[in-house]
Write a protein that binds this ligand. Sequence first.
Ligand SMILES: O=C(O)C(=O)C[C@]1(C(=O)O)C=C[C@@H](O)C=C1
Length: 364
Amino acid sequence: MSEQELKALRVRIDALDAKVLELISERARCAQEVARVKMASLAEGEVPVFYRPEREAQVLKRVMERNQGPLGNEEMARLFREIMSSCLALEQPLKVAYLGPEGTFTQAAAMKHFGHAVISKPMAAIDEVFREVAAGAVNFGVVPVENSTEGAVNHTLDSFLEHDMVICGEVELRIHHHLLVGENTKTDSISRIYSHAQSLAQCRKWLDAHYPNVERVAVSSNAEAAKRVKGEWNSAAIAGDMAASLYGLTRLAEKIEDRPDNSTRFLMIGSQEVPPTGDDKTSIIVSMSNKPGALHELLVPFHDNGIDLTRIETRPSRSGKWTYVFFIDFVGHHRDPLIKGVLEKISQEAVALKVLGSYPKAVL
Ligand SMILES: O=C(O)C(=O)C[C@]1(C(=O)O)C=C[C@@H](O)C=C1
């Protein structure tokens, strides 16, 4: 390519950037207007709701449908995700608590869902995220709920039994683990590998094959593992990209998870009910009486109405020995007439039924 051609293309890019800039600013001014309208239409004592997950899901979906390339749909939606995040911050800067410390996959999930223009607050444990939301110190919390290799995150499920929370969103993240070392690590003398118990489990086969005799030490998070390695010469950590760059560690081995499709699903928790978008999921907790056929009775209304169950999990109820609760996720919104009917039918048979929330299916 000649210098001339390159110069001409850059002139075109500059002109386009000027247009993009003007359009983004116009969009941001529009969002400010939206905030003004929301404030003006409040009833006496009503609190304004600036964050609208159902609207955000629609915007991102439409972007993906309209996109003609060459950028991929996900890439384009990610850009719009950030624009919308900044527009919302003009209306109201969202405060989001997540399972920390900084550098965890949960932080990456929070950014994927809300964008980067939020005030984020790392918490030391899952139930602290729940407490922070319950106390009203933040607008939303982000917690892991299930992993495709290791199954349910029981701390999260149990926290739902203790706190009144509304689930208002979900996000899925591909989880890639790396074996990380610090500047001072003697790589042929590694005698300890730190990571979160879930991550150690997700890399079990790889560790058995490559470091069978090295001690595996479970710590509170992958980011904590990365932090420890920084100051030690004989240890390594299993963690992801964010923790690696945050603590300046290098990858001794990349993508060491046993399953290449290893993914984790995260939930956004808060107190805000989300209206239907037409492509939603609902999460409920149900406890049935301890009698034969109880689980069958619970599942029949879903089957009879052709409702797609996406997950069912059992946990001890914590209110009696050998009694259980079921966590169920299914496709649909609790305000849909069909779903309403199913929930009514179940509540006739159940000891207790609680709708944890209906929320748009993950777009990104
Ligand atoms: O449509 C709204 O209610 C807005 O506040 C605008 C907007 C946007 O930028 O598109 C911003 C924040 C909301 O979460 C959803 C959408």
